[in-house]
Design a protein. Structure first.
Length: 315
């Protein structure tokens, strides 16, 4: 387990202060199950108790109800169903197309390889999809949803949620965190190009739900704030040939911000329009996003520019 300051490089104060725990198992087999394989569901024996348990599944399709207590459940291989129930649980799906349900309290759900479904339910949950085309649903609470690789679907639900549609390059981050300081005593560090991996970023579909949500938008993503005063955070990591789509920007309520390299001289935002009446948001000529229905109202001065930190110390 390592602690990272997930978004501090973006210069976004409230988000940058958020600490995220990422769980990494170097012994996991990263080979996903073959699609179409049907596996019998197996109840893990002995069953979890009402204490704080560590439960490991089998290579089959397991169904593991964690019960009460602050439990850690590892699904292993197979298409597993992990149920956190009561307590602050950690559910790791690992290989296979898994279903994770946090239940009550603040839980950490990590899908792993495969096309996973993860439901935070109540509490302030951390939900990581990792590899595959995942479905992440926060439900109630102030949740953090991070899609990872693949074309993911994320719904925040009720509460002020953070949705991350950019591939954060967790492997690069973990490698840097494990690197010792060099001979000069300098700490290992990461820059935004190290952290984001646009080559593996696919188009995600994100909806904030009810609350004042923050949506970190990547290439080809579709972002909907829904109810509340929402923030859409764009950046120069977006491929200009695959701009994002913001579907429901409301002038005077929602905010669009752009994180950019601090070395960029005189960053300039320009707004164009297309035949459908959408606003086309560009930074120094790099098209970042299409904002539906905002062609007549959105102006460059409405966009907030954020010069992010050039590096983040990691060790």
């Amino acid at each position: 387990m390592v602690e990272i300051i997930l978004l501090s490089l973006l210069g976004w104060g409230a988000v940058g202060a958020l600490l995220v725990e990422v769980f990494d198992d170097d012994e996991d087999d990263d080979t996903p199950d073959t699609p179409g394989d049907e596996q019998p569901v197996e109840e893990v024996s002995p069953p979890p108790s009402d204490q704080s348990d560590l439960v490991t599944g089998t290579s089959d399709a397991d169904r593991i109800p964690a019960g009460e207590g602050d439990d850690t459940v590892l699904g292993g291989a197979g298409d597993d169903t992990l149920l956190g129930e009561d307590g602050e649980d950690v559910l790791l799906g690992q290989d296979g197309n898994d279903s994770l349900d946090g239940g009550a309290d603040a839980d950490t759900l990590v899908g792993g390889p495969g096309d996973d479904m993860a439901f935070g339910r109540t509490g302030n949950d951390l939900i990581l999809g990792e590899d595959g085309d995942d479905g992440l649903f926060g439900a109630q609470g102030e949740d953090l949803l991070v899609g990872g690789d693949g074309a993911d679907t994320m719904v925040g639900g009720v509460g002020d949620d953070i949705l991350v549609g950019v591939d954060l390059g967790i492997d690069n981050l973990l490698e840097s965190l494990d690197s010792p300081a060099d001979a000069s005593g300098e700490e290992a560090s990461l820059s935004v190009p190290d952290l984001f991996d646009p080559q593996s970023d696919e188009g995600d579909t994100m909806a904030g739900g009810y609350g004042d949500d923050t949506i970190l938008v990547g290439s080809a993503d579709q972002a909907t704030g829904d109810e509340g005063d929402d923030t859409f955070l764009l950046g120069d990591w977006i491929d200009t040939t695959e701009p994002a789509l913001i579907t429901d920007y409301e002038d005077g309520a929602d905010l669009i911000a752009i994180s950019h390299d601090p070395a960029l001289a005189d960053p300039e935002v320009t707004i164009g329009t297309n035949a459908a009446g959408a606003a086309l948001v560009s930074l120094n000529g790099q098209l970042l996003a299409e904002v539906a229905g905002a062609g007549a109202t959105l102006a460059p001065e409405d966009i907030v520019l954020i010069a992010r930190e050039p590096t983040m110390a990691t060790g």
